[in-house]
Each structure stands twice: as structure tokens, then as C-alpha cells.
Design a protein around this ligand. Sequence first.
Ligand SMILES: Nc1ncnc2c1ncn2[C@@H]1O[C@H](COP(=O)(O)OP(=O)(O)O)[C@@H](O)[C@H]1O
Ligand SMILES: [Mg+2]
Length: 510
Amino acid sequence: MEKNCAIEMKGITKRFGQVVANDSINLSINRGEILALLGENGSGKTTLMNMLSGIYQPDDGEIYKDGQLIYIRSPREAYEYGIGMIHQHYKLVEVFTSTQNIILGLNDGRMNINAAEAKVKEICDRYGFEIDPSEKVYDMSVSQKQTVEIVKVLYRGADILILDEPTAVLTPQETRKLFAVLQNMKADGKAIIIITHKLNEVMEVSDKVTVLRKGQLIGTVETKNTNPQALTDMMVGHAVSLNIDRPKYQSPKKKLIVENLTCIDDEGIKKLDSVSFTANTGEILGVAGISGSGQKELLEAITGLYPVKEGSIRFIAKDGSEVELVGKTPKKIRATGVGMAFVPEDRLGMGLVGSMGMTGNMLLRSWKKGKGALIHRKEPEALANKVLEELDVITPDVDYPVRRLSGGNVQKVLVGREIASEPEVLMTAYAVRGLDINTSYTIYNLLTEQKMKGVAVLYVGEDLDVLLELADRILVLCGGQVAGIVDARTATKEEIGLLMTQFNVKEDAE
Ligand SMILES: Nc1ncnc2c1ncn2[C@@H]1O[C@H](COP(=O)(O)OP(=O)(O)O)[C@@H](O)[C@H]1O
Ligand SMILES: [Mg+2]
């Protein structure tokens, strides 16, 4: 057991009903140290840290601060112990300035705002944060809002900071800035715990790594003594290959030609602004961008689900004839013989019917081109069984309601069904979000298989490392516009990051 640990958690157990979210976990951190807490979705990371920040109390186990046994009964008490957590969802008041948000709820609420702003500025200068103490939050970028949350914690005197997946909402450039301030805080003697599931970040920023899997502590290792492959094996529990194959398809042809596509939402805001690109057969075209840059509208416009204001979307059939998709409903598009498949972000809602089983959901997608014919149950059932077997779906049977399946299995059912329609264009939005590493790789392989069959694949993704390995080209959206289209074999993360914020004038001005 280490001496002088800032924080030591011993044998911490937390149950939610039947679920053991944390099973007798030990974790410790010193001052002047950055600890990465690593694990797949649902492995218990947030729960464990919520017990340090006073949101939950452990069912069992002890927490020590500087060798003293402590009980943290509320977030306020956590602050009294110098522990502050930056959660995944920010709780800022948009109409307040950064400083007003920072002092909100403090007893010295009556204190002079100028004095508070001066203190905020001092914290910013000390660690290298870039926020304006008197700027209103609604004018801020996501990364600036995150900075406000961090400064808020520091303002309250925390010297043990916990950040829950802080880079999920940042561009590579913003991530680099965040890591630089973390290093400054570390040099200043703070203890920092960063929750993440991104291996590159663990390697880059941390001194040691604690790995959780399914609520169990797998181990703690020094970062300098490990590598991404070893960490993955710890996370997943067995060896996993981390390489995505990227074969090249011979003789690609144009499949989808999008020209000057403009879409406007109910409130008159331009969601897509004169977007032009071509998607080819035998190609995975990655789509990158900060979330909300028009990705959703783009896929929905192509499928006929989102109204188009201007522009054209032409589908090139196998015989070379062209079909204009703008102005057609999804049903009309399908009736025209355009083979398009769509795996939307909202899997249970837009994708599948949760109350139905696999068979029902196969039936639902009129995947057979023959119209009019009453589809017999036999066919979709056979398909459901095929998907179940080939994608290794874990379900009691093909009639079990899909909403009761785990996220990974729901996604397999959806992707399996869409692929079974033998599309010429396959579009996916955040296809691996929330999935474990194994299922993610199954999905990458399936998409690559489709590409090698000559399908034009559109892959909207959020993990730039994956986009760079999986896609052939990457289209970068920024504020509804095409900021650039790059060759994924030669582009860098930094290049894409710059394109992602290219039209963000405000940030450029800073
Ligand atoms: N408030 C809660 N009620 C019931 N179950 C929960 C609650 N919070 C977390 N869990 C469960 O505990 C497990 C660990 O969750 P969590 O700590 O959020 O994981 P992670 O942060 O690693 O993704 C999961 O199975 C999750 O469903
Ligand atoms: Mg979490």
C-alpha cells in the first residue's frame, strides 16, 4: 500500500439492484500524478468516481484521504475534502457569465463580482485556460464550457480533480490544449483522475492506468510499462487484434452525386449549406465533424427523410441511368429500385421496433423488391436466424423483443438487416457508439466486406483514429458546409481537426 496517497479507495463495492457496478475495487492516486481510469462502456468507471464526488455512497469499502478515513456524503462534502468532479454533461446556466456560473451556489454569493472575476482570471493565467470571465455561457463553444466547469472546481479549492470522458466532445486541437493544462495542474501538485476509453489518450497523458472490466478491478499499471495492445487485452479480457484491414477496391464507379445540397430546419436555420460530393462504389466515405455539423441531416436528406431546399442527389443505377432522389419519399425511392440502406443514430426508434423480435423487425423492412406479395413469415424468420448466426447475436430466440437486448446486439440486428437488403449505398450514423471493442470490430469488418462487394458506404463517425483507419476518403463537415474532403490514407488527425472548426470564426479570432 502506498504511503501519502492523496486518495485511496479500498474494497469499494456498489450495487444497483442485481447489478454489481463495482466489486471490491482498490484505487489510489498521489499528488502530482495523472491516473487514467480505463474500461469499456458499463465497466463501472463513472459509478466509482461518483463515490469520490459524493453522489453515491459505497455499499462496502473505505475511502482514505491523506491516510485518514473519510465519509463523503454529498458533493458539498467532497468539495470540503478538496475533491471536485467534472461530469460528462455540463450544468451551466446559459444566460450567466462564466464567473457567475463559477460562484453559483457558493456562500459568498454576495461577494463582489469584480473580485470573483479577478480570481477566475488568476486561475486561468496560472494553468493556461482560455476563457473570458465576463463572457456569457451561451456564446461559448463546448470546449470553453468545459473549461468553465474545470475552473469552477478549481475555484472551490479542489486539489483532487476527476474528469469523466472530457475529450469526447473535443477536437484534437482542443484535446491537446486540455492535456497541456492537465500537465500544468499536475506540476502544481494536483491529483488528477481522467476517465476515458481512448487508448492513445491514456498513453499520452497519464502516469498510471487502472483498468476496470464488468465492475471488476483488472489491475493498475504504470503507463510507461504498458502499450495500447496490452491495455486492450486487459479491458476486453482476451487478445484482440487492433488493426482494421483496408483493402483497396479495383475500378470504383460513381454511385451517388450530391450537388449544392441545402437544407433548412423548422426555425429557418441552414443545416446543410451547398454540400457537394460524390460517393463511389467500393469505397468507405467517412464523414467527420463536431456533432451537430449536419451529419444527421445529410444522411436523412439522402434517404428522403429530411426536406431539401435546394440541390440534387443523383443515384447512378447499375445500368448507368440516373435517378434524382430529391423530392422523393423513402418509399418512392425504394419503389424506384434504388437500393439504399440506413443505420440511423437512433437505433430503437428510427431503426428497429423495440417491442418486436428479430423476425418482426426483418419483416418490417420491406427488403424484398417484389411488391404486393404478402411476405410469408418463413422468409424473415430465416433471415433473422441467418443474422443471429453470422453476427453472433445474443438473444433467447428470434422473437424476443429487441429492446431487451444489449446495445451491441441491437446494433448487430439492425446492421445485419440492412446489409441483408443487398444495398448499393449503405449509410451508417455512429455505428459503433456505445459498443464494446469486439462488436465494434465486427461492424468495421462487415462494412469493409460490403465495400469490397462494391457497395458505396457512408460512415458517419466520431472517432478520428477509426475514421483514418477504416475510410478511404473523409468528408469533413463544419457548420453544415463541406470543409474539405481528404484522402484517409495520408491525412492526419490535426488536419481533420482544423477542418472541423474551419468556419468557426469566433475561435479563429481568439
Ligand atoms: N443509477 C444506476 N442505476 C442502476 N444501474 C446503474 C446506475 N448507474 C450505473 N448503473 C449500472 O452500473 C454499471 C456501471 O455503469 P457506469 O459506472 O456508468 O459505467 P461506465 O462509466 O464505465 O460506462 C452498468 O451496468 C450500469 O448500467
Ligand atoms: Mg461513464
